[in-house]
Design a protein around this ligand. Sequence first.
Ligand SMILES: [Zn+2]
Length: 475
Amino acid sequence: MVKEDVAELFCILDGADSIGGTKLVIHTDDGDIMIDFGLNYKKKSQYFDEFLSRRSQVGLKDYFTTGLLPRVHNIYREDLLKLSPKCSWEYSLKLSKVVISHAHLDHAGMLPFLRPDVPVLCSVESHAILLSLQETSGGKVENEFIRISKRELQTSKAHRRTVKGAQTSREFSYEDDRILTFSTDHSIPGARMCAVKVQGVWIVYTGDFRFGGLRDAETRQAMRKISSLEGEKVIFVEGTRFNSKKKSKRATERDVLDVLQRYISQYQGKLVVVDCGLRNIDRLSSVFEASGKLNRTPVLMPKTFHLIETLLDFTDETRYRSILNQARVYIRKRNIRKWEKELLERSRTVDENDINKSPGSYVLCFNYYDILELSDMNTTNGGYIYSNTEPFNEEMEIDLNRLRKWVSRLGMTFHGWEEESPLHVSGHLSPNEVLEFLDSVQPVCVIPVHCEEPLEYSKFLQKNGFSVLNPLFPQ
Ligand SMILES: [Zn+2]
């Protein structure tokens, strides 16, 4: 199939020149398939901030104005469109399915705005993660991944928006006979690649993935299965780590585990915090393993504990069970909602008094948003291990500077990405590993996505012998 014909089979609504915000459409004879419907964080921060947010009273209008949602007819929730002033549509789709590759919000974050009657295909883990996220977050539309509460205008003078109790569940199905999904390794459980056959051509979307993680074998198996698909293959491939100016370190999750253990052991009798992100369960497993070896009890925030419980409800995986058995849940000094109260009642808990009695007996799995809780504890000469991605934009840098300020005020030492030893491995593959993947799969054409430097990335792929189709730079 020639490039011009391939270009007719899909469109990229967003995410061709950004890390995330991914929204791809594949046109098939049975309707259009949306692949991921993510939140474009970069775009959002360009137009909104904490105190400048979408007006719920005008439905989707503010997101259409800013381009955070594409002006596509027939795909959005009717209750929200009724609240939105008339919109001029740029496209119209016949949406038959939505495929969500994984539950990171830059891939799934705009799902709450889509029509609830369109079936969503994703892994059970992604379903569980989105469900837990909804149950532990506020009742805003933005959090309605699974259950939808209809928004309607009241006919009162004030035109007050009310939330009615009509509950609609989305239909989630695990596999579809015309769409293939392949389990792969990423920094969140349940990531999938997918392949859709259209006009005899396999259109493959890699989603986010990596080599060298705890589930490296799954990525390699996905690669083999995709290689063995019969017929021509066109591949949307992620390029998160492509940076024309920077080289990245090579390390595996096992290396991180060893380094974590070494760092934690330096703080005998002192408090240690490991900040490893909310949904990076592989990293959490490493922290738990290191804690176990050093006879420390890992402490989780209620939200993380809820997430693991929900994953266990859906998958019965032993590692989730062992995390729940090993962990204590921290009692926060906050107004707590019903889900949190119930969770604290059914789990083994600790508070700051328990921790202050013996700070060296615990490892706290806290993050940036939990820093105030640390100020109630004896943190002097303790360690704050930031086992997470290094800042890649201005907002993250500002947040991390604030975090470091707190850590130093609390008398702790900060360890992060500047350390010689790896405290983090990326959820994404390196540019050379992208080539290894493409060499194995042998696509007729590559479409780069999820990349901050799409032109440079396209040139890099072309230089290495691949035919590139980049709608941003038509040749
Ligand atoms: Zn991701």
